[in-house]
Design a protein around this ligand. Sequence first.
Ligand SMILES: O=C(O)CCC(=O)C(=O)O
Ligand SMILES: [Fe+2]
Length: 311
Amino acid sequence: MAAGIEQIPVIDFSLFHTDPEECARQVGVASQGIGFFYLMNHGVDQDMIDRMFAQSEKYFAQDLPEKLKYPIKAHNNGYATFFTERAFNIRAKAIKSEYAHAFSMFDAGTCEEVEKFFKDMYSVAQQVMQCFALSLKIPEQDGGMHFFDKSHVWEDDSGTTLRFLRYPQQDRDPGIPSAGAHSDFGSCTLLLQRRIPGLEVQANRTHDNVPWVAAPVIPGSILVNIGDLLQKWTNGLLKSTKHRVVFHEMQRTSSRYSIACFIQPGSDVRLDPIPSPMITQLTQPQVHENNAMTAKEYLDFKLKAIRDLGE
Ligand SMILES: O=C(O)CCC(=O)C(=O)O
Ligand SMILES: [Fe+2]
């Protein structure tokens, strides 16, 4: 049965190596449906993930002045508080820049491991992007399953960001989401949750007041969702779904931690129409803009829109 919008499918990602077509089919169904899917057997080492969470806990446990040594600025690296959510961002670009000192949040010797972790997550994203290209049936002469490879290169300048998140312990339900309903901006997001649930996904895009679907913590999984840029780039075929984080009873006794990896195309990538028969068949005719935005222009446009909203 095809996955509906009411449920988040779980995909055994070892299929990517044994049966990429079937893997891509499952990724395609989920991406055109609820816009979220779990990956099991994704290949990122669980012990390393556990160490990243341990580093994150240690970082957030520091006194505020320590954390504020690296406040988030326009470059989007560093510590930020958004309402009841706390975050520490590291952009892929920062790893090799003068901003590398921000890694002092980590214990000595762990910087290399953070970089390895970030790169391993990025490789999973690249495989997911290959599944997107396969499911879109992009012709071989246009790149086939490797269509997105050129636009997602680790070394290229991009907005790709690793974000360590903490939702502090609270003795009562504040009654409002810790992270309000939003969609992500980029190509896709890879999320690691641990222990405490709270993430919810919009069950329906067409009417308000519909139930939210819980995105439970599935140990060992990576939760992937499509971002606005990929929705726009695929002319709406792949869905960027709103989600939020709400208070969970377990937060009365401990903080909730998660780690998100926001994947963006290279800054200079132009979002020209994708040569996909699926997009042609399943979406309204695309408006051919002569001056398609670059990924950076799109991201700046989205960031400006939230700044203008005063968020
Ligand atoms: O912490 C989570 O579970 C989700 C975070 C999220 O949606 C975001 O930072 O965009
Ligand atoms: Fe999000």
